[in-house]
Design a protein around this ligand. Structure first.
Ligand code: FMN
Length: 199
């Protein structure tokens, strides 16, 4: 039986990172991990969200998905983060959540966990890499064990070739099959290494 307890934690305005998180969740479950799919809380004013039909629709579609709690983060021994690029860095909704984790971090509850990250942006070179690297900088402060795709599988070349984490060029549109498969491989790789750390 797998010892991996994975929290897939995402933010998505238009649906891309939600799709990515769902695919990763399925793949990690198929690999034997216990998985919680968690959506960080919206921080934009309600009038802003409701004023953009695509944003409103995505919020309504995912209203049933719970937000991560400190208990979820303590429970998990692996994290997979997914967030869109905003001006070259992570969406602030995910950063705002991360900024609530000080007490857990101080208590050593975020250390020694396997982590990986994914992102999306509208443009092929719109900042996906810097977004993922920025998240990893924070995770180094936690003492996390970062599990990157690298070029460990041919699918990563076909899916854009970002060795830091799968990234998508999209604005909420359905993502293609190569990227879906790359997400599955990244998720399985994270589970594999989380299992080794837990054993
Ligand atoms: C405020 C804002 C800033 C953005 N900044 C960038 C950017 O720096 N580079 C880029 O290529 N796309 C940028 N985008 C586009 C998003 O990254 C794109 O919509 C994202 O991939 C959608 O992910 P989601 O469907 O999960 O929300 C920006 C979008 C918004 C609303």
């Amino acid at each position: 039986m797998s010892k991996v307890r994975l929290a897939v934690i995402y933010y998505s305005t238009y649906g891309t990172n939600h799709q990515m998180a769902e695919i990763a969740t399925e793949a990690a479950r198929a690999a034997g991990a216990e998985v919680r799919l968690l959506k960080v809380a919206e921080t934009a004013p309600e009038t802003t969200v409701m004023g953009q039909p695509a944003w409103k629709a995505q919020a309504e579609r995912t209203a049933h998905i719970p937000s991560p709690t400190n208990a979820d983060l303590e429970w998990a021994n692996a994290f997979l983060f997914s967030a869109p690029t905003r001006y070259g860095v992570s969406a602030s909704q995910l950063r705002a959540f991360i900024d609530t984790l000080g007490p857990l971090w101080l208590a050593g509850k975020l250390s020694n966990k396997a982590v990986s990250a994914m992102s999306s942006a509208q443009n092929p070179h719109g900042g996906q890499e810097s977004t993922i690297l920025g998240l990893y900088t924070t995770m180094m402060h936690w003492g996390a064990i970062i599990v990157t795709p690298g070029y460990t599988d041919p699918i990563f070349y076909k899916a854009g070739g970002n060795p830091y984490g799968v990234s998508v060029t999209a604005n909420g549109e359905p993502i293609n099959d190569d990227v879906k498969e790359a997400i599955r491989v990244q998720a399985r790789r994270l589970v594999t290494f989380a299992e080794k750390i837990a054993s």
